[in-house]
Every structure is written in C-alpha cells, then in structure tokens.
Design a protein around this ligand. Structure first.
Ligand SMILES: Nc1nc2c(ncn2[C@@H]2O[C@H](COP(=O)(O)OP(=O)(O)OP(=O)(O)O)[C@@H](O)[C@H]2O)c(=O)[nH]1
Ligand SMILES: [Mg+2]
Length: 501
C-alpha cells in the first residue's frame, strides 16, 4: 500500500464529511457491520441538533422538555418511564417505539391522557429497554431532537448509569450534540456530578456543548413576585463559579412549569385567574398568602374558582405563576392570549431556546461534522483495510483543517483554563472571537448588532493586529500562541465576510 500524499492533500480541499462517508459506504459495501455503522453516521449528519436534558431527580427536565417542544407530551412526576431515556424527534405522524438492547424494536400504541403521552415499556423489563423513541409533528422538533433522561442521583446508581450510557459516545461520536444540565441550586455534588458526567459522556467539547439551567427558578424566594429577578442574580453568580464555567457556557434561570402552563393556558384558567385578580384586596391577599391556602381555602359564599380548579392552576402554573397572573390581570385589560404571552416571556424560556439555536445551533454543523469524523475514524480503526488508509488520513486532515472544529476545541480548552498565562481580558476576547457567544460578526467583535460595517471592520482589524502580536511575541507560551493563531484565523474569516480584505 502506498500513501498518496499529493492526492490526499489535493483531495481534501472541498471535500466534506459527507463525501468521506459516501466513499466509506462504497468501500465497506461487502461488510454489513461496517456499512451499518457508516450508514448511521450518514443519517446522523442529516439530522437536527440533538439536545439532551439532564440533571438530578425532579430537577424539572420533563417539564422543561414540554415547554421547549410546545406540547404537554412528556410524562412528568410519576411512572416508570421517568427511569427510561426518551427521544423526541420530528416526524409527520405520531409514533412511539420501544428500542430494546438486543437491537429489536417494538411499536407501541400512541396513547395520551390529558395531553401527556402514556409511555410504557410494552411489557419489557426495564433493563431490556435501551430507550423509547417518540416521533411527533411539532415544529420545534424540526430544529432539534430533544432527549429526556432519567434523573441522576449519583453516577453509580443503575438509573443514572442509564443516563450516562445514553449519552456516552458510540462509535467515537457523541450521541448528543448538546446537553442542557438542570440544577435547582448549586450543590457541591452538582459540580461533581456535572464534571463526572462530562467525563463519562460528551468529552472534550462538552463545555462548548453544555448550557446549565437554574431550573424551577420561580421557586426561589418562595413564590415572591420578584422570584425571577432573584433567580437571575443567583444564575449570574453560578455562571462565574469556576467549576461551572469549566463545564457550561452559561447558566440561565428558567421556570419550565410556567412556560409550559402559559403555553397550555385555557379559557377556564384565564377566567378563574381574572376572578381572583378582581377580588377585594383583603380577600385576594388572604387567598394568595400561601400555596397551601390557595389550593385549599374555601372563599366563603362567593366560591371564586373552586378549590379543585385552584389546585389545578397551582399544578399548571406554580404558585409564582398564579400570583404573577393575578398581579398582571389587575392592570389594564389583558386577554387570555396576551396573558399567556406575558407569562411565557417571564419564564426565561426564550433566552434558553435562543441560546440553543444561536450559541449551540450555529455550531451544530461543526459539532456534527466533528462527531461524524470521529465516528468514521473509529469505524476505520475497527475494520482496517489497506484501501481505507488514505480515507483515515483525509478524515484527520479534514478535522484539522476545519476551522469551525478548531474553534470548538479551543473554546472548550479555554473554559477549562487553557492559555492561562494570558490576561483575563484577552481570554474573554478570545472566547468571543471564537464564536462562543454567537457567530455573527458583531457578536464575535463584542459590538452592538447595529454597529456599522466600518466600525466592525475597524474593530476586526485592530483585533487582528493585537492577536498577531500575541502570536509573534517570543514571551508567549505555546498554548497562547496556538490560541492567538486560531483567533487570527477567525478574524481573517471575519474580515473576508465583512468584505475588508
Ligand atoms: N414550581 C415549579 N415546579 C416545577 C418546575 N418544573 C417542574 N416542576 C415540578 O417539579 C416536579 C418534577 O418535575 P419533572 O419535570 O417531572 O422533573 P424531572 O426532572 O423530569 O423528574 P425525574 O424524571 O423524575 O427525575 C413536578 O411536580 C413539576 O410540576 C418549575 O419550573 N417550577
Ligand atoms: Mg422526568
């Protein structure tokens, strides 16, 4: 066998991961196991971003999933299905399939009770089930596949193992592109859990692919009307904690229940909330004094919203949501749609979904290419063939030459403290330039979106000069030089995009 260096280099130009996988499919056409693995990688490249929701037991994962999908699909609270990994993908027709560890699959009837899917193992022992796959025609799922995972207690329990296993790289390619890690408060054990989890699962790029959520944020401060403001402060503090920074891009406060409840707000809910808002102040305050009281107190002869309906409101919106709705409805005339919109706006879901689609979504291509190439390299290593040697080199060259992948890898290393000799202000600038806070030129340059092209060009040229200087400085350590060269390359691409060179 000879390695055709010239052709290899020439052939890499313009080659995509898809091209290499196509060649691999051709090469391994006579090997069912290898071709099946290659086919899986090809399908994966076509799919939307895969986002897994993970965190401790009862952190609010399933509730948040429903809020993201915009439907009350995932069962919350009870049932054995909270102990199974469940995938929610887009498809024209609703479908529920149980995938077993032995590779077989069993379709299940699609049953919903009060909106929520009734998921079960179809009579199989929990241990035989690899995962449940739900296909649903929800527009949100065309942008991402969302994966609900069992709550982590500690990484050693059987259920937690199911979660880590589900997210552990298969074929060298991470099973998921991004993780949303929910924590209610930052336990020391949360940091440890998140770290162990990262090591066990998504690997090097995880700090780039992980967003943390301060979940059930409305419960901070016992349902007080400024709960979300307090939650934002707490989230900001966590985001600066070095243990969290090393593992997650950002920490966002989200009240998943409020977002889900707002989305599903019914006219009867609205009418009851308005009646409560319109009660004389003393009676209203007495009713809203505590969640317990609200759920049970009878409101003398007027019978404003039956206790059963009030208990339901509590379950659907949380105590904070009820109090917030009541305060909003005392103001100028909101209708049910406007109320739902306002409650949803205050839930914090918007910033989370936009972080998923911008910070992570824009990088989805790079994340997926990275996964596909890692997967291909593993197939090639496990099924070695002489004819495949140049494919392995080209995959390697493609990975090294793809600046988007280099950016991801640097961003993750920066988060873990690489290039530590650089001043903080330069490290922060590098994070931005590498696109960690959004890929748009203005975001990379730290300018307002409305900044003129000239201003962006000026900023990009100044930054380019600064980073060239860091790269050429004989006192810079090797890591800083590597980072500086990457930043320069990002800036070159940016200048080209801005039409300045
Ligand atoms: N107040 C409030 N309650 C919430 C929120 N999110 C979830 N809950 C409640 O917390 C409980 C657990 O929610 P789930 O969504 O089932 O939590 P989970 O993390 O999926 O739980 P497991 O799968 O069992 O680990 C339910 O009673 C929810 O109604 C929230 O944002 N605010
Ligand atoms: Mg759950």
């Amino acid at each position: 066998m000879s390695v055709r260096v010239d052709e290899t280099t020439a052939g890499t130009r313009g080659t995509t991961a898809e091209d290499l996988l196509r060649e691999a499919a051709h090469l391994y056409a006579d090997d069912p196991a290898a071709s099946e693995a290659v086919e899986r990688l090809r399908r994966r490249l076509q799919e939307p971003l895969r986002v897994a929701l993970a965190g401790r037991i009862k952190a609010g994962k399933s509730t948040l999933l429903n809020a993201i999908v915009g439907e009350e699909l995932a069962p919350t609270d009870t049932g054995e299905c909270t102990r199974i990994v469940t995938w929610y993908r887009h498809g024209e027709v609703p479908d529920v399939t149980v995938r077993l560890r032995d590779g077989t699959a069993a379709r299940q009837p699609v049953r919903r009770v009060r909106g929520r899917l009734q998921l079960d193992t179809g009579g199989h022992d929990l241990r035989e089930v690899a995962r449940i796959e739900v296909t649903w025609p929800s527009p949100a799922l065309t942008r991402m596949t969302v994966i609900d995972t069992p709550g982590l207690a500690s990484l050693s329990t059987e259920v937690s193992e199911r979660t880590t296993e589900a997210l552990t790289p298969e074929l060298g390619a991470p099973e998921v592109d991004a993780v949303v890690y929910l924590m209610r408060h930052l336990h020391t054990s949360d940091a440890e859990l998140l770290e162990a989890f990262r090591e066990a699962t998504v690997g090097d790029a995880s700090a780039v692919g992980t967003l943390a959520v301060l979940s059930r944020a409305d419960e901070i401060g016992g349902g007080r009307i400024d709960a979300m403001v307090s939650a934002s402060d707490v989230a900001r503090r966590y985001a600066h904690d070095p243990r969290v920074r090393a593992m997650a891009l950002d920490v966002l406060p989200v009240a998943g229940l409020l977002a889900e409840g707002a989305h599903a707000l019914r006219q009867v809910d609205f009418d009851a909330l308005r009646e409560i808002a319109m009660l004389p102040p003393a009676r209203r305050e007495s009713l809203l004094a505590s969640a317990d009281r609200f759920g049970t107190q009878s409101v003398d002869e007027l019978e404003v919203a039956s206790p059963a309906l009030r208990a339901e409101l509590l379950a659907r919106l949380g105590f904070y949501g009820v109090r917030l709705a009541s305060a909003l409805l005392r103001g100028p005339g909101l209708d049910a749609t406007a109320l739902a919109k306002e409650l949803s706006r205050r839930s914090g879901l918007g910033p989370l979904t936009s972080a998923l689609t911008t910070q992570l979504g824009q990088r989805a291509g790079a994340l997926k290419t990275r996964s596909a190439l890692a997967g291909l390299e593993q197939v090639l290593a496990e099924h070695p063939r002489d004819e495949a040697a140049d494919l392995a080199e080209r995959a390697d060259a493609l990975r090294a030459g793809d600046h988007a992948i280099t950016e991801l890898e640097w961003a993750a290393r920066l988060r873990r403290g690489a290039a530590g000799a650089l001043e903080d202000v330069l490290r922060t600038e590098a994070e931005r330039l590498l696109g960690m806070h959004g890929s748009a030129p203005s975001e990379r340059l730290g300018l307002a979106p409305s900044a003129s092209r000239e201003k962006q060009l000026d900023a990009a040229m100044a930054a380019s000069e600064r980073w060239r200087w860091v790269a050429a400085d004989p006192l810079s350590d090797r890591e800083s030089v590597g980072l500086a060269l990457s930043a320069v390359r990002s800036l070159d691409a940016l200048l080209l995009q801005l039409g300045g060179s």
